[in-house]
Ligand binder design. Structure first.
Ligand code: SAM
Length: 271
């Protein structure tokens, strides 16, 4: 067992997260990668989009905050071949434990808030050139303060990328899940404003990924609560939702939908 696994257990105490979020990711950690591995091309395309958006280079000091199992981080590492390991930050040890042992991935148990406030220090002295937060920023409680703290960790050519879903999504979820998602998900335009408010040069673009998923596979994904919004429902509510889904898509053995993501960028201003 790699030595950092011990560190995970010790540092757990510093985390400030809702029990529901922790439990959700502890429950899905083992199957997380499996949900997306049916289409490895999707993961590669996505990682390439992140590399392009951040213009990552080998010499960059990179952190992936809320990296989860490192499903995308390990592709970023393979593409960029960074000289220093990518710092893989996540507050849920069960997710980080799925990270492959690799010289180019350095795990750190911490939340975005922990890093932003300095409660957990960067393992290496110096600043970060690029920070990625892919589908993790919606879990952050005090977003403005956290963004400000993260921006403070950037080097003078530093940049940050927040990848997030918009409030309205085309995933074939059941009605109540769509509704709840819309209530919980922050509005990307507000995050863009926040990026500008903390002093970074802000911009946003949208990327679309065309999805095709076997319906029965998608049922298994729903049943395992593959999206955190599904953790909002009791077992009975989820069962009813899946029934609703089965009825709505009874004639579609393969589900096709467009997955739109906001790519929100913040660049350190020259000067
Ligand atoms: C939807 S997963 C995304 C994981 C990975 N970025 C990916 O795209 O596969 C969200 C991740 O955010 C992490 N997370 C939850 N709260 C967080 C926080 N306050 N700061 C940083 N990460 C957090 C979760 O543990 C989880 O691994």
């Amino acid at each position: 067992m790699p030595p950092w696994r011990d560190v995970i257990a010790v540092e757990r105490g510093s985390l400030l997260m809702s029990d529901q979020t922790v439990e959700h990711y502890e429950r899905i950690a083992a199957d997380y990668d499996e949900h997306w591995s049916y289409d490895p091309d999707y993961v590669w395309r996505f990682s390439r989009a992140i590399t392009d958006a951040l213009r990552l280079t080998r010499t960059d000091a990179i952190a992936d905050v809320g990296c989860g199992t490192g499903l995308y981080t390990r592709r970023l590492a393979a593409e960029v071949e960074p000289e220093r390991p990518i710092l893989c930050v996540d507050p849920v040890p069960a997710m980080l434990e799925r990270l492959p042992a690799s010289r180019s991935l350095q795990p750190l148990v911490a939340s975005a808030e922990d890093l932003a406030t300095g409660r957990v220090a960067l393992p290496e002295p110096g600043r970060l050139d690029a920070i990625v937060l892919k589908e993790s920023f919606h879990h952050v409680a005090d977003r403005r303060e956290t963004l400000e703290g993260l921006a403070g960790l950037l080097s003078r050519h530093g940049r940050i990328l927040l990848v997030m879903l918009p409030r309205t999504i085309h995933h074939p979820l059941f009605h109540e899940a769509h509704q709840r998602f819309g209530e919980l998900q922050p509005e990307p335009a507000e995050i863009v404003d926040m990026v500008a408010e903390v002093g970074l040069r802000a911009s946003v673009s949208y990327r679309t990924f065309h999805m095709a998923i076997d319906r029965e596979r998608y049922v298994r994904m729903l049943a395992s609560r593959y999206m955190s919004v599904l953790g909002e429902f009791s077992d009975d509510e989820l069962r009813a939702g899946i029934e609703q889904f089965r009825h709505a898509y009874r004639n579609d053995p393969v589900l096709r939908f467009d997955d739109h993501f906001a790519f929100i960028k913040g660049w350190v201003r020259p000067g």
